[in-house]
Design a protein around this ligand. Structure first.
Ligand code: ZN
Length: 421
């Protein structure tokens, strides 16, 4: 399966479930390998299990000004609909709750249209059986060739007791069986939840409310066993915080957001141990390579396979110094700086090891450079690196730069690694 994004921008507005405040989300297409990202007040927030700050009745990522509450229904939609790369711009602290299910987000993606991108999806498959226990909660994941989820919920309550469901998740099953399942709560908890600042946007239209003797608003329900299905939705959203689609057989006994996140963190540890993918931000890039502004030309690097493959990104800002002269009144990114961006990404791939801290990468040769398309202010370069030959003191690398799906430059080069002194 190839990676997927959306074709065009779409927006949706409404009230946040917990904050009760108006908010608006906009989905935007994103480049291959860039993953899901959020933008709030101009800052980028990567939805990541390690950045989860709260798991009470919803999953919150980030802190203070940068916090975004209740991200799980959005994330579940992306996983369920097979969307790998997408930006969510959010005006507010929480996505709109809509009708309490994931259907408003599914419809947004359908309105936007799905685009199949040029690279294969990179699934996470557990390297072994992964298990998490806490009191009477147990979650486990086994390697598989598809995503299969079993959920068991159990309450000491006359209206819902035990529900159990298993689904093999794909886009169709997600849309039909999981996405329409609404969030729910018990009527006796509402007062307390409001007191601690939650469910302030909850109504009888966007949450199923369970009372002692029955359900207060059965008319909004789509399934008899809607509760267990909604728990699967939440679990999908939480585990997608590892940033990769998943092939595993997952079983959750009485689990919730906190055990879902614990499982996602174990997945992330497993990814590290099986020795793939690490993502480096600007600070880590600066530790790896000696380049500094105004001559640092890569913002973010993902190492896909150590010493073999990496992807970098570089946002071309309209106020870059060289646009003043290249060219006056017709700003266009100098082609040699695209080559430089590719080379710096390769430098990070080679030098992102503490033992290489005192080294510098030097160009030895640049070959077969072709510039295919111009790059303008505001574009984002995706820089793909593949190592053709690696030696202790250097290597040969092939690089390609894209803007969106469009190839803008390709080249190959040799470099050597020398001591700073
Ligand atoms: Zn939920």
């Amino acid at each position: 399966m190839k990676q997927r994004t959306i074709e065009k921008e779409v927006s949706f507005s409404g009230i946040g479930l917990h904050t009760g405040q108006k908010s608006k989300i906009t989905f935007k297409p994103a480049a291959v390998d860039s993953g899901i990202c959020f933008f709030k007040n101009g800052s980028k927030i990567v939805p990541d299990a390690d950045k989860v700050t709260k798991t009470i009745r919803g999953t919150t990522i980030g802190e203070g000004e940068k916090a975004i509450h209740t991200v799980e229904h959005l994330m579940a939609t992306f996983l369920g609909m097979g969307i790998d790369n997408l930006c969510v711009e959010i005006a507010g602290d929480e996505p709109p709750i809509g009708d309490g299910s994931a259907m408003p987000f599914v419809r947004m993606i359908e309105r936007a249209g799905i685009v199949v991108q040029r690279k294969e999806k990179r699934y996470y498959v557990p390297g072994r059986k992964i298990e998490y226990r806490e009191n009477d909660v147990k979650v486990e994941a086994m390697p598989s060739d598809k995503l299969e989820i079993t959920m068991v919920i159990e309450y000491d309550h006359p209206v819902i007791k035990k529900q159990e469901r298993t689904f093999e998740i794909n886009e169709e099953v997600f849309k039909r069986e999981i996405a329409p399942a609404k969030t729910y709560c018990f009527d006796y908890e509402i007062e307390h939840l409001e007191k601690i600042g939650l469910v302030r946007g909850g109504t009888l239209k966007n949450a199923i409310v369970i009372g002692e003797k029955g359900i207060h608003n059965r008319e909004i329900m789509s399934f008899e066993d809607e509760f267990v299905r909604h728990k699967i939705l939440d679990l999908m959203g939480d585990i997608f915080l590892i940033g990769r689609p998943i092939k595993a057989k997952i079983t959750s006994l009485r689990g919730g957001h906190s055990s879902n996140i614990a499982l996602a963190k174990l997945f992330k540890e497993d990814i590290k141990m099986t020795g793939s993918e690490t993502e480096l931000g600007l600070e880590e890039i600066k530790k790896a390579i000696p380049h500094r502004p105004p001559f640092l030309f890569v913002d973010r690097v993902k190492i896909i396979e150590p010493l073999k493959k990496a992807v970098g990104w570089r946002k071309i800002r309209p106020d870059e110094w060289f646009f003043k002269g290249h060219f006056p009144e017709y700003p266009i990114l100098p082609g040699v700086l695209i080559v430089e961006s590719i080379a710096q990404t390769a430098g990070v791939l080679f030098l992102a090891k503490p033992e290489l801290e005192n080294k510098l990468p030097f160009f030895m040769a640049i070959d077969d450079v072709k510039f295919r398309n111009p790059v303008f202010p505001g574009d984002e370069l995706t820089l793909e690196i593949e190592v053709q030959r690696a030696r202790l003191r250097g290597g040969k690398v092939a690089g390609k730069a894209f803007v969106g799906e469009k190839l803008v430059c390709e080249c190959s080069f040799m470099f050597s690694i020398v001591d700073k002194k």
